[in-house]
Write a protein that binds this ligand. Structure first.
Ligand code: NAD
Length: 356
């Protein structure tokens, strides 16, 4: 298979981990006889520094032309400490999602058995947890009208959803549930929020097309509690942008570390694959970032955008084997990890490559 992959490392540890993710894609191409042609593009703080624009037109054009994007992260302390800055790295991310029509963010939350002790949740509650989140990505309070009134003393953000936006993500989630344990949990706040009432109405209607999938509706507050109390009860979870943003970070703790989780953002065109973590200023440049989330993002890319399931599984198995061999980056090590098994970013990547 011949494919064009755009590498968009972005800022901070995005640069460090994406370099490893790309090496893994290279190894897969060699092993399975594919041809991956790479290009690179700027986004975020690095793009602002060079062009003044967090998503330059050239980057966007390259994204639209490529078959898939392997993305890192955006963010820089300069902007975190200056909420009034008009040009910001995350504008690049939001524009990329909007322009590429990436309406579904997919996050597999799967715990590798070897990391049971790295989670703050008891192993007996966690073992076997395997959740697939679908977070809507282009609507809700993030994209509605926002502003200030009363001389700036009152602020507002409007949440908006249209029927078609709920329908298309619900269908993706139902389709995925069919390939898994056939359970779907739709999360809303339909007791108080009007967009949630539309959400529930639409999901109930789509559910009629999937009689083989067992559907439940949960309120977001109850879901936040159930994720910690009994994560194994969930199979596929589908929810709106704001609720999904919060719940998926909560669920990331099931997997022990932000450094382990990959995500896919898909729509009708190019898909974008990225770790769920940010640019992690606190460890940037130290060579200690966990590259496994980027490596697992590469696995998702192969599976979802190219349909290369065997290739994708071989990456996941290699990660599993590296963990079984006892290798850890600092974020997933514990008191029992021998010092010689604690690896930096590049060395962890090399171990995965050896097994591939
Ligand atoms: P973060 O995800 O960057 O880091 C949170 C914590 O997790 C930090 O202590 C960090 O060291 C650790 N961590 C994250 N990834 C890790 C990895 N691969 N290996 C080891 N440890 C890891 O979130 P933050 O600190 O809240 O934000 C930092 C910057 O990232 C901010 O500018 C924020 O706006 C940005 N951000 C970007 C994205 C994105 O690009 N998708 C997402 C979240 C945050």
């Amino acid at each position: 298979m011949k494919k064009n992959i755009l590498i968009v490392p972005g800022d901070g540890i995005g640069q460090e981990v994406t370099a490893v993710g790309k090496k893994v894609l290279d190894a897969i191409a060699k092993k399975f006889n594919h041809e991956f042609i790479y290009d690179e593009a700027l986004i975020g703080h690095v793009a602002i520094e060079v062009t003044g624009n967090p998503l330059p037109d050239e980057s966007l054009a390259k994204m639209k032309k490529s078959d898939a994007v392997l993305f890192g992260a955006v963010g820089h302390p300069k902007y975190d400490n200056d909420p009034s800055a008009k040009v910001r790295p995350e504008q690049g991310l939001l524009k990329m999602r909007k322009e590429l029509g990436l309406y579904a963010n997919i996050r597999p939350i799967k715990l590798f058995d070897e990391l049971l002790s790295a989670s703050s949740i008891k192993p007996e509650i966690l073992k076997g947890a395997d959740i697939l989140f679908f977070r809507e990505l282009t609507g809700d309070i993030y994209f509605g009208e926002k502003g200030r009134k009363n001389n700036g003393d009152t602020a507002f953000d409007v949440a908006e959803y249209s029927r078609y936006e709920v329908e298309r993500i619900a269908r993706k989630a139902f389709d995925a549930a069919r390939t898994r344990r056939k359970k779907l949990c739709s999360v809303d706040k339909a007791n108080v929020i009007e967009t949630s009432r539309l959400w529930r109405e639409v999901v109930q209607k789509i559910a009629l097309e999937y009689p083989d999938v067992e559907v439940e509706h949960q309120f977001v507050d109850a879901t936040a509690m159930l994720l910690i109390k009994d994560p194994r009860r969930f199979d596929v979870v589908v929810t709106a942008n704001l609720f999904g943003d919060i719940l998926t970070d909560e669920a990331s703790q099931i997997a022990g570390s932000m450094g382990m989780l990959a995500s896919a953002s898909i729509g009708d065109g190019t898909g974008v694959y990225e770790p769920i973590h940010g640019s992690a200023h606190d460890i940037t440049g130290k060579g200690v970032a966990n590259p496994l989330a980027s490596i697992l993002s590469a696995a998702l890319l192969l599976d979802i955008s190219f349909g290369l399931k065997k290739e994708s599984d071989s990456i996941i198995n290699a990660v599993d084997d590296v963990l079984k061999a006892g290798f850890r980056t600092r974020d997933i090590a514990d008191a029992n990890t021998p010092a010689d098994k604690i690896l930096g970013t590049a060395a962890m990547g090399e171990e995965v490559l050896k097994l591939l």
